[in-house]
Design a protein around this ligand. Structure first.
Ligand SMILES: [Zn+2]
Length: 223
């Protein structure tokens, strides 16, 4: 963030002292957008004039982040029972630190809790055979491709509990499997993340549940 602000200052200074100049816009693996006066591979060129500099700055500061579509869809809770609480939120310092999981939410719940689809779509990938930590940090999971191209991923499911197969359509509320504690999981919980495919691979994008979810006392909230 600091670097971005510094870049903005440089940008504003240069832009106001030069009638017109070319800037290059690029996005890193984490979805951060940068502007530079140096061309890098894949960067998008902008010729800006003095009074357009403000327009260039604005998208960098807006929320949600540029490059991600507005997430109008609000996700119903993807489980039956509860109430359960968040044990780690977006930007959580324990494990929600990389591009694929930055906006994930962990919900602590007993193993065997029914996990249901929070959004309709088509199952594109599952894992059902992993015991304990296993080799895959995700543990057993279900990946659903939504009709808008985003994907919802339900992680750490109980071995042998996944009840859908790739290619299958699911509706909101369709049973997917049972929660568990498989893969890189420090306790029984569901890790639910929404991702979007980009040139840099799958990246986590912000999402919201359609109702409030409480937080545990040891809640790991980042930044
Ligand atoms: Zn998680």
């Amino acid at each position: 963030m600091l670097i971005r602000l510094l870049l903005l200052c440089v940008l504003a200074t240069v832009a106001t002292s030069t009638p017109a100049m070319t800037l290059y816009k690029s996005t890193d693996a984490n979805g951060e957008v940068f502007f530079s006066d140096r061309q890098t591979p894949g960067a998008q060129a902008f010729v800006i004039r003095e009074r357009e500099a403000v327009r260039v700055q604005r998208p960098v500061l807006d929320r949600p982040r540029p490059g991600y579509p507005q997430q109008a869809y609000r996700y119903p809770l993807p489980w039956r029972g509860g109430p359960f609480r968040l044990s780690q939120g977006p930007n959580g310092s324990f494990s929600h630190t990389d591009a694929k999981s930055r906006y994930a939410m962990d919900i602590a719940m007993p193993e065997g809790t029914p996990i249901i689809a929070a959004r309709s779509g088509r199952v594109v990938k599952i894992e059902n055979d992993q015991a304990g930590r296993g080799n895959d940090a995700s543990g057993n999971f279900v990946r659903v491709l939504h009709d808008d191209g985003t994907q919802g991923v339900y992680l750490h499911l109980k071995q042998g509990s996944v009840s859908v197969r790739p290619g299958q359509r699911v509706a909101v509320g369709s049973a997917l499997g049972l929660s568990g504690n498989t893969g890189n999981s420090s306790g029984p919980h569901l890790h639910f993340v929404v991702q979007q495919r980009t040139e840099a691979g799958l990246v986590s994008i912000p999402y919201e549940f359609n109702q409030p979810v409480g937080v545990l006392p040891n809640f790991a909230l980042g930044n």
